[in-house]
Design a protein around this ligand. Structure first.
Ligand code: C2E
Ligand code: MG
Ligand code: MG
Length: 391
């Protein structure tokens, strides 16, 4: 059994720290006095306690937890003439149903205790093995609310990360990376919310928004960037299920006067894998208008050539996990050199992501990779890159 006093802080605040100390002392004594044989009681932290009850069944443990909740509610010592009264929330976990190791049982009881708190305190909850899963789902629901509110108040913002030509060092393109501006102004990365956005069906709305804002940025900055400057935009696997997206993209580009050849949509293998047929239709329709596609995060997952053969890819992006270790791992250099050569044969451009040092950049030059993206080239920024990076 794991128990925690409900709002011990309030008692300290209203009656003073001395009252809090006295309460804990008296409670410890009272609990110890009433301890059943064989029990071990411990104070685990500020206002947290643990009770170990050997050879106790689940129903006996529940009875004991119930007794503990009542005992704590009734327990009201006086301190300097004032009655100190509190309640506690109790979490119960039993061996072996909820875990074999002590640490697992403690965690299970702790989770149950937190559930008891959220369900109104002054109660006990027996650990439910699926509680952890529910907690995770609860977390996702919270994120879904955040995303909904961010969409309605236009708090998603596009960032742009420069991509340079390895041979010349010239910045020729930028990848659009979405960020969430929180209400307090802080910036949240997409890895924090994309999972929830996909699960709750918001990702296509986010992507539509990103596409629109990337187009807007190109229009707004047209005097500051070269006319052939390219922009890439990430797509999620779910976007291919949105029947209106292809038409909306081409209409929007026409409306804003953007040449489709300047726009590359990035797709990961995992996204393409969902439904290759749909992805083929999607890419074929946009390719016929001049838009381009890139295979993102190549090197993790299957690294299959099927997507290069069956989809109209004009670019392949090496995943940063491959690129980062280029100086250390010979096998990575062999892999990148080989793939880059095959891509050249296919007329497919290669981009290395995660280029963090000048050393990696010079290795890429040797290996024949066309373009570089990473912190060494430039960080993602709310503005489109306008200055060329160093070679
Ligand atoms: P990605 O498309 O592979 O984007 C590259 C990620 O690597 C970005 O993370 C970027 O900030 C990060 N990065 C760039 N250079 C370096 C470097 O030198 N070192 C390291 N360690 N990291 C680097 P970010 O912005 O957090 O995005 C994560 C992923 O979220 C993206 O991976 C992409 O799959 C997805 N994403 C981003 N924006 C969008 C969007 O608008 N729509 C969709 N559907 N997905 C998006
Ligand atoms: Mg990408
Ligand atoms: Mg990538």
């Amino acid at each position: 059994l794991f128990f925690d006093l409900d709002d011990f802080k309030a008692l300290n605040d209203t009656h003073g720290l001395a009252a809090g100390d006295e309460y804990l002392r008296r409670l410890g004594e009272a609990l110890a006095r009433n301890l059943r044989p064989g029990r071990v009681l411990a104070r685990l932290g500020g206002d947290e306690f643990g009770l170990l009850a050997p050879e106790t069944s689940l129903s006996e443990a529940a009875l004991e937890a119930d007794g503990l909740v009542r005992f704590l509610t009734d327990f009201s010592p006086t301190f300097e003439g004032r009655r100190l009264q509190m309640t506690a929330s109790v979490g119960v976990a039993v061996h072996p149903a909820h875990g074999h190791r002590g640490s697992d049982l403690m965690l299970a009881a702790d989770l149950a205790m937190h559930q008891a708190k959220t369900r109104g305190r002054a109660r006990f909850i027996v650990h439910d093995p699926s509680a952890r899963e529910r907690e995770r789902i609860g977390l996702l629901h919270g994120q879904a609310d955040r995303i909904r509110s961010a969409l309605s108040s236009a708090r998603f913002v596009p960032y742009f990360q420069p991509i340079s030509e390895v041979a010349t060092g010239r910045v020729v393109a930028a990848e659009t990376l979405v960020r969430l501006r929180e209400e307090d102004g802080s910036i949240t990365s997409p890895v924090e919310f994309l999972d929830a956005a996909e699960r709750f069906g918001f990702v296509t709305s986010i992507d539509r928004f990103v596409i629109g804002s990337a187009f807007d940025a190109l229009v707004a900055q047209r005097r500051r960037i070269p006319p052939d400057f390219e922009i890439s935009i990430n797509l999620s696997g779910l976007d291919f299920e949105d029947d209106g997206l292809v038409a909306d993209i081409s209409r929007l580009a026409r409306l804003k006067g953007i040449r489709p050849s300047r726009i590359t949509f990035e797709i990961t293998e995992t996204a393409a894998l969902r439904d290759l047929g749909r992805v083929q239709d999607f890419t074929a329709a946009l390719t016929s208008e001049g838009f381009r596609f890139a295979l993102d995060d190549f090197g993790v997952g299957f690294s299959s050539f099927r997507y290069l053969r069956d989809l109209p890819m004009s670019t392949l992006k090496f995943d940063q996990s491959y690129v980062r270790d280029l100086p250390l791992k010979m096998e990575n250099r062999v892999f990148v050199r080989g793939i880059a050569e095959i891509c050249r044969g296919f007329g497919v451009k290669t981009v290395a992501e995660g280029v963090e040092t000048p050393e990696i950049l010079s290795i890429l030059r040797e290996l024949g990779v066309d373009r570089a993206q990473g912190f060494h080239v430039g960080y993602p920024d709310p503005d489109l890159p306008t200055r060329p990076a160093d070679a």
